[in-house]
Design a protein around this ligand. Structure first.
Ligand code: ADP
Ligand code: MG
Length: 320
């Protein structure tokens, strides 16, 4: 089959990813259908990835899929939503090969299976430029109880899942700029950048416990600032408590200036949230990194002696 027939392409590579979900209608109808489960409302999010901006221009199909699906699942996680399915828009570049499309669909199948997250529909076009891929992800959460950014209250603690800054270091590693680290550390960090591990199940378990939640895609400080602003509260972070992977610790030991990059760099896909107390029964490590206080709507960093620490750069901004 050539890549010339759009319908063959959808039938052969994408229809199997519908996994027989009733609302997908085998990807043969004009649109998908979907209703939330009893007592739930739909949670809808969209993320686009563009070659050269969200992933390196020569990235493999499997890593493009990881960023595309991972970032969308991370947004559902940040809302505390249970994933239901997604639609996919593919703008394939002129030079795309059938093998690359097959590899793309094959990689997507792993995500579909892991998260029981069927493909419900989409659109397929050609572009004269680089590849552009968009996913609209549908999830569901108990009516009125999804996690928002605006509920942080003075007296709450601030927590994060996993480790912070691996995404920013991973981009440097993928660009060959961390050669002072061991090859194991470089590979670990590059994978953390390339393959998000969205905290889907953690997000769901925070419903009813977290007062505000966000996923860290643009940098810890910048993303927490969204919570501070919408909640009209001040967030004080204790810099020494921010959890770093062993590889990130070694990177900061060799260059202490890395710390501000770790706090402002994107692509971690961890969750940051505020809550009156630490949640229990969460399947990944959670660390308290600060607190919410009244007055102001910004994020400040404190050293162990209580003095304020300046952060040079604040995070990724597509139009900055
Ligand atoms: P229309 O011309 O009516 O927009 P399309 O030819 O774009 O219809 O799509 C036909 C069917 O294939 C639809 O059910 C659509 O959801 C599905 N589809 C098209 N592209 C994709 C894709 N990339 N992934 C999943 N489903 C797709
Ligand atoms: Mg169409």
């Amino acid at each position: 089959m050539g890549v010339n027939d759009e319908f063959d392409l959808i039938h052969q590579y994408f229809a199997p990813l519908a996994k027989g979900a009733p609302g997908a209608h085998g990807l043969l109808d004009d649109a998908a259908t979907m209703a939330p489960s009893d007592g739930c409302e739909l949670v809808v999010t969209m993320d686009t990835v563009v070659a050269g901006i969200h992933y390196l221009a020569d990235e493999t199909p499997s890593n493009i899929v990881a960023k595309l699906i991972g970032s969308n699942l991370s947004d559902l996680a940040a809302m505390g939503a249970f994933p239901r399915g997604f639609t996919l828009s593919c703008a394939w570049p002129q030079h795309i090969k059938t093998d690359d499309i097959a590899a793309f669909a094959h990689a997507m199948a792993d995500w579909v299976d892991t998260y029981s997250f069927p493909l419900l529909g989409g659109d397929t076009v050609r572009t004269l430029g680089e590849g552009v891929f968009t996913v609209t992800a549908f999830g569901e959460a108990p009516v009125g109880r999804s996690l928002k950014r605006n509920g942080a209250k003075a007296g709450n603690d601030v927590f994060v899942t996993g480790t912070i800054g691996d995404g920013a270091l991973g981009l440097l590693s993928a660009q060959g700029k961390l050669s002072m680290l061991s090859s194991d550390d470089q590979a670990y960090l590059a994978d953390r950048y390339r393959i998000p591990q969205p905290r889907v199940f953690v997000g769901q378990s925070l419903v009813g416990c977290a007062t505000a939640c966000i996923d860290i895609s643009d940098g810890l400080i910048q993303d927490l600032r969204h919570i501070a602003r919408t909640s009209n509260a001040r967030i004080e972070l204790e810099i020494d408590t921010i959890p770093l992977s062993d590889a990130a610790k070694r990177a900061t030991e060799s260059n202490p200036e890395m710390m501000s990059l770790l706090l402002s760099g994107g692509d971690d896909y961890e969750l940051a949230f505020t809550a009156p107390s630490a949640p229990s029964n969460v399947s990944v490590p959670i660390t308290r990194i600060g607190r919410v206080v009244a007055g102001g709507s910004d994020v400040v960093l404190k050293a162990i002696d209580g003095s304020l620490v300046a952060v040079a750069k604040t995070g990724y901004n597509h139009f900055g």
